[in-house]
Design a protein around this ligand. Structure first.
Ligand SMILES: *[C@@H]1O[C@H](CO)[C@@H](O)[C@H](O)[C@H]1NC(C)=O
Ligand SMILES: *[C@@H]1O[C@H](CO)[C@@H](O)[C@H](O)[C@H]1NC(C)=O
Length: 313
């Protein structure tokens, strides 16, 4: 019986080329090279490695599974696959956060007392009291340390802080929200400086909170009428309890309405929302604020990259 590998070589190559570029391509590719030796060839082919699709979310992926310097992620990254390098930067941020905690550096740096931070870390970072695991993370990280890279004779080796810097430059809103605490802790680990306060960490914290704010605001701006209808209907039912009870995804709009009413000499919010001029001004304000927040984020990002160059590199 004929098998897949009996197909003409160019056809197999073409199929693999399409497969790796489809969504989930990295996982599919990893699966086929693990079950069929004939495909190992493709795992060494730069033009395939460069286009493997690595578009994946933290929630669906355990980054600890990528701690393998001979694995597909590192191979693709070294072949120049930008999407792979982006994911690799996330793995490096996870690893450096892990090391920061396992090496007890948490005591050296003052950290926020925010209980949410502790919970998030528990969810993302494995137990740091397992020596075998700690040494695995540590040896993975050292592969990307500048010292090791510079003394190796491979021209394609990548340096951890360069990957993280590029991540900082390219991270979109979802990336920032997803990496939040790992970004702050991971970069802390990479910093040579142990000063108590760092402008870089301040900028990163700001970037993450701006990303969250933009996320809310963009939703309100996009479906302003739905949002407004919901707030109005809510007020009909809960008329005496007022605005402070409007919560969830509409909190953002509520804040804006309340603030606007206070600034307009104590307007009643329910009445205000019946006024077309008020509503039109509110709609404009949401859009303006969103625009300003995008600008704020890009300014904060530029500052972060600047400070990254001073405080890390
Ligand atoms: C760091 O702390 C010092 C003193 O505690 C303060 O003067 C300085 O402004 C702080 N720098 C930043 C970037 O917050
Ligand atoms: C807000 O939404 C409006 C209408 O959909 C759109 O025209 C505008 O560009 C949006 N504002 C921003 C800053 O994206």
């Amino acid at each position: 019986m004929a098998t897949f590998t009996d197909l003409p070589c160019t056809l197999v190559y073409y199929i693999i080329f399409l497969l790796v570029q489809s969504s989930g391509g990295a996982a599919d590719f990893a699966r086929i090279i693990s079950v069929c030796r004939d495909f190992h060839l493709y795992a060494e082919d730069g033009s395939v490695l460069r286009v493997v699709d690595f578009n994946m979310k933290m929630k669906s992926v355990k980054f600890y599974n990528f701690l393998n310097v001979k694995g597909l992620l590192v191979k693709c990254s070294e072949a120049g696959n930008v999407a792979a390098q982006h994911v690799l930067a996330k793995v490096i941020l996870l690893s450096s956060t892990h090391l920061l905690l396992s090496e007890g550096k948490r005591k050296v740096f003052p950290f926020s007392d925010d209980p949410c931070d502790g919970l998030k870390l528990k969810r993302l970072i494995r137990d740091t009291n397992v020596p075998a695991q700690n040494s695995k993370v540590s040896s993975f990280m050292s592969y990307f340390s500048p010292l090791q890279v510079h003394t190796s004779d491979s021209p394609t080796r990548l340096v951890h802080h360069q990957l993280v810097k590029r991540f900082l430059i390219n991270a979109n809103l979802d990336d920032l929200i997803e990496m939040d605490i790992l970004l702050r802790y991971g970069i802390r680990y990479l910093m040579s400086d142990t000063r108590e306060n760092s402008t870089l960490i301040y900028c990163i914290t700001k970037m993450v909170s701006l990303a969250c704010y933009i996320g809310y605001l963009a939703k309100v701006n996009e479906s302003f009428s739905d949002c407004l209808r919901w707030v109005r209907e809510f007020l009909e039912v809960h008329s005496d309890r007022g605005f402070y009870k409007v919560s969830g995804k509409y909190t953002c709009l509520r804040h804006l309405v309340v603030r606007k009413c206070i600034m307009t000499a104590g307007l009643d919010s329910r009445e205000a929302l019946r006024d077309e001029n008020f509503v039109e001004a509110l709609r404009q304000e949401v859009s303006d604020k969103l625009g300003q927040s995008y600008i704020g984020l890009s300014e904060m990002r530029a500052a972060a990259v600047d400070h990254f160059e001073n405080e890390v590199e």
